[in-house]
Write a protein that binds this ligand. Structure first.
Ligand code: ZN
Length: 294
């Protein structure tokens, strides 16, 4: 990617490949190969690269670039991802951060939340996640897991969630859980069946909407943001089932003064949010700046 410090990075080449599930060594080799392939495509030598940004699933330590665990990849535990990628890329500095934090940095600098000091980024996709920005700073929490709003419990006796708990927003609204509960391969099947008046699909989509509504109320009451940016494949394809219930909850059930102050809007950067956010985050960390202080 190229572009000056504060402008939206422009994607000049990309190289994608499936994430190997066979362990950290294979994942790192694939990341290095993709990076080198994209550089070849762009006809830029590695020595021109100032830094690399990397968006990774958490939990992770962004300061040391260590991913504590990637649950879907066998043996991916406490991997020093930044250091190992850097050594595969001739020592170019690599900066790693959590995928939702990277997305919030992208949306907060060059996307839907540009210039907004108090916002929440929410993604509703295979899973549900988020990141919190308060007074212009990412809220990290004690262990850098703050903002995991997908695991906010919204039902006292709800379905089991992949995190080990139950009744989480993700248990209702995450694409994987939704499809599993319906017995289909894909969350899209559930929405299509609901549109065709299938009673079971309609009930599940209704529960998803209730979960999103409760999340909207909770975020507005607890964090008092001026903006909630909602991204992810399900939010993008099914805004009436995701954004609308959040807005309804904020409007009808949250504190009136907080409710009046908040807008709930779709994300602006779409599927490129990880790449764009990673570049913005890397630029800022190279410059020694706080991620969102643009
Ligand atoms: Zn959970």
């Amino acid at each position: 990617m190229v572009g000056s410090q504060d402008e939206r990075p422009r994607i000049v080449a990309d190289s994608t490949r499936p994430t190997p599930t066979t362990g950290a060594d294979d994942v790192i080799a694939a990341l290095v190969a993709s990076t080198r392939a994209a550089l070849d495509q762009a006809r830029r030598p590695l020595r021109d690269v100032v830094a690399v940004g990397c968006s990774a699933p958490g939990p992770l330590d962004h300061e040391r670039g260590i991913v504590h665990v990637a649950p879907n990849i066998h043996g991916f535990e406490n991997v020093p991802l930044a250091a190992r990628l850097s050594s595969g890329l001739d020592g170019v500095p690599v900066f790693v951060d959590r995928d939702t934090v990277i997305a919030a940095i992208g949306e907060g600098t060059v996307g839907a939340a540009r210039g907004v000091r108090d916002f929440v980024y929410v993604t509703v996709s295979t899973g549900v996640g988020g990141a919190i920005v308060a007074d212009g700073r990412i809220v990290r929490g004690a262990t850098n897991t703050a903002g995991e709003i997908g695991h906010w419990p919204v039902a006292l006796d709800g379905p089991r969630c992949g995190c080990g708990s139950f009744g989480c927003v993700e248990a209702f609204a995450g694409g994987r859980n939704l499809a599993e509960r319906y017995g289909s391969r894909d969350a899209g099947d559930v929405f299509r069946a609901a549109d065709a008046n299938d009673a079971r699909a309609r009930a599940l989509v209704g529960e998803l909407e209730s979960a999103m509504e409760a999340l909207g109320v909770g975020l507005v009451n607890v964090l008092n943001p001026s903006l909630i940016v909602v991204g992810g494949g399900i939010a993008e394809h099914e805004p009436t089932h995701v954004l609308e219930p959040m807005r309804r909850g904020a409007r009808e059930r949250a504190f009136a003064v907080a409710s009046k102050a908040v807008r709930i809007v779709p994300a602006a950067l779409g599927a490129d949010v990880g790449m764009i956010g990673a570049v913005v985050a890397a630029r800022q960390r190279v410059a020694g700046r706080d991620p969102l202080a643009v």
